[in-house]
Design a protein around this ligand. Sequence first.
Ligand SMILES: O=C(CO)[C@H](O)[C@H](O)COP(=O)(O)O
Length: 241
Amino acid sequence: MSEQTYYEKLITANDRGKKAAGENAVNYIEDGMTLGLGSGSTVYWALKKLSEQVKQGLNVKGIPSSKRTESWAKNLGIPLTTFHEIQELDLAIDGADEIDANLHLLKGGGGSLVREKIVNTASKRVIIIADQSKRVAQLGNRPLPVEVLPFGWEVTAKRISHLGAHITLRDKENQPFISDNGNYILDCQFPLITDPAELHNTLIQLVGVVETGLFVELADRVILGQDDELHYLEKPKGGQR
Ligand SMILES: O=C(CO)[C@H](O)[C@H](O)COP(=O)(O)O
């Protein structure tokens, strides 16, 4: 079954919410925009809706945040570009695994966190799309994905465990999962994360850590879908990047 067929068939309550949120985000795209194309199944619905508008003449160019998104975009006929051509994007649309009340995010469930963070931070505006189940009081119900260099990952994992996390090396078909950047992902189960910024700043200084799945102060707006209903969250005033 193709990925596109897989997503088309998986219309559960949460998937209906993902579809509604993803399609709604396309309303924020204007002709001539450059886009950051996020990763994940919710983004799939945004790309599918965007491709319909491209076919009707909408002029956009996007930079994909994963090889999987690149493949979807090519199949859907969405024009792509690179950071070699353009270094600031008008709008990024991306998913999330957890979203707290301050619009801080836990991301990386799909293993694309590094390129997602590069694309999001290069964008003037970031809209996050998700189903309602991603909304949490505090980040950390799920393990925090941390991308690390394969060399010495065991030492890096030990350093992170000293911060109070249970570490699992992400695997795929009984082999270590390899990110688009050729790195490993450590899934780090911390107790609830009370200060995402502080934890990110601590982790990012550890030798061997490439990037964390904590996206702090990056989201400008969140669109949450549940069945066919939509809810919107705005970044609290005073938040800056
Ligand atoms: O961070 C991500 C991938 O690294 C995804 O955006 C996140 O996992 C959400 O995915 P989905 O929309 O499939 O729930």
